[in-house]
Design a protein around this ligand. Sequence first.
Ligand SMILES: [Zn+2]
Length: 342
Amino acid sequence: MFGSKLHIIKYTVIFLTFFLTGLINSFSLHAQPNEVVAEKGEGIYRLLTRNGLPVSQYLEVFVELNKDRLGPGNSLYAGRKYKLPDKTAETPSKSTGTTRRFEIFGEKYADVEIIDEQLKGAVYHLVAGHGGPDPGAVGRYGEWQLCEDEYAYDVTLRLARNLIQHGATVYMITRDNNDGVRDDSYLKPDKDELCYPNLKIPLNQTRRLRQRTDAVNTLYQKHRGNFQRMVAIHVDSRSHGENIDVFFYHDKRSKTGKDAAHILKNTFQRKYDLHQPGRGYKGTVSDRNLYVVRNTYPVAIYIELGNINHRRDQQRFIIPSNRQALANWLFEGLMEDFKTNK
Ligand SMILES: [Zn+2]
């Protein structure tokens, strides 16, 4: 169990914009740039805004991308196609010490300070489990319903932010455009999560898993040659009596996946030994035949954070600083994985 007094990286307050890239609905080797047709009377400002691109951030890129298609004074021609800037949570391209904004983290956490570039070149595809019409496991805590997808998503977002702060390129594959990082105990369930870049998540499980697998694999091709990881984050549900430690799965065929999972597990072991000596940590690493793990191209790590039905495990989820601690420890493990296996 996490104590609430863990050393948690104190973040200066924050804001950001995690944007989505061009439409990727098929398995193309090269993602096509997203294009839109200018409407009658429309200028750059309106066109960017209606496509969810803050003008302050994307005006220059847009002009550069479309310089051969613009009219006098950078006006748009109605009916003509224009390229939209890439909205992914790309590598923090600016140098250390700068701040970049990613709206996906929500108002309070949107500004992300780039602390260093230790993870430069690393690409992470983060898949928070379930989402959209599927809440995943549902636990009860007093009057509250704890939905796996919301808690997994919050930890995943926090992890994404940590990775970006150290220069990684991060894709939130499951994404919620209006939740952001939440410092509440009770995370209100909703069903508006989307799959990268902005696709509605189907109810059918096979289609849902295939959709996110396709999203990861398309991005994988785009970053071919880079160090890449797919990290899936879930919260298990078992009987009420069973508390479980954070544990890890990998693909049977992947030696690197196994090594990476062990590194993460050992990180948790060390952290518990340090912060809660005598507690004992019984996390495990094993292989398991899971669709997303089996079918995604990058080395895959699948994480179960605990049992959403168990009283004690629930503290790991409902205390926001514990969710941050989970993200921090996962981050440290991934950092070590990068340094060891790159
Ligand atoms: Zn799950």
